[in-house]
Design a protein around this ligand. Sequence first.
Ligand code: SF4
Ligand code: SF4
Length: 173
Amino acid sequence: MSISRNKDQQPQLSRRALFTGLTQRAQQSLEVQETVQRTIPRPPNAVDEDIFTRLCNQCGECEKSCPESVIRLEHGFPTLDLEYSHCSLCGQCQNVCPTPALSHTQQDIGLRARVAETCINAYGFCDACQNSCPSQALEWRDGQRPSINNDQCSGCGVCQSDCYLGAIHLIPR
Ligand code: SF4
Ligand code: SF4
């Protein structure tokens, strides 16, 4: 790791050394398969939040590539806005990212689906969300509100988009 000194003779890590260290940290995190740490909704393969904001170079390529237009740059960093649409987990944002910021193997946006009591399937019939979940996290049951498996849910919001009554919401994990 190369160290240079500024005019006050304080040791400083070079940008290359810092980037290499952060990349190694991201790879170590993947090797032990930690649950991805998330405080803000991010594109599905974002690495842990503390290293994400140091690896992301704020180029905005992910925002431009998203076919669902759900990526917004906030303070220069991509966040997911799933209020009016959903993430199709297509992987385009990961494909175009020039850094390891979207290199996590887990597709976890950091949100979880919740089914409200206004779901009419509990006292009538509706199966609009029955086949919507690409992660098999939503279990539809006749005469009941669907249940969500938190461990399998990625927070993609497809079920929310499919519920025409607005009974499914996304909340922080
Ligand atoms: S996975 Fe696809 S739809 Fe989801 S945020 Fe990335 S580019 Fe957009
Ligand atoms: S339960 Fe809903 S938000 Fe969660 S993964 Fe399935 S479709 Fe996406």
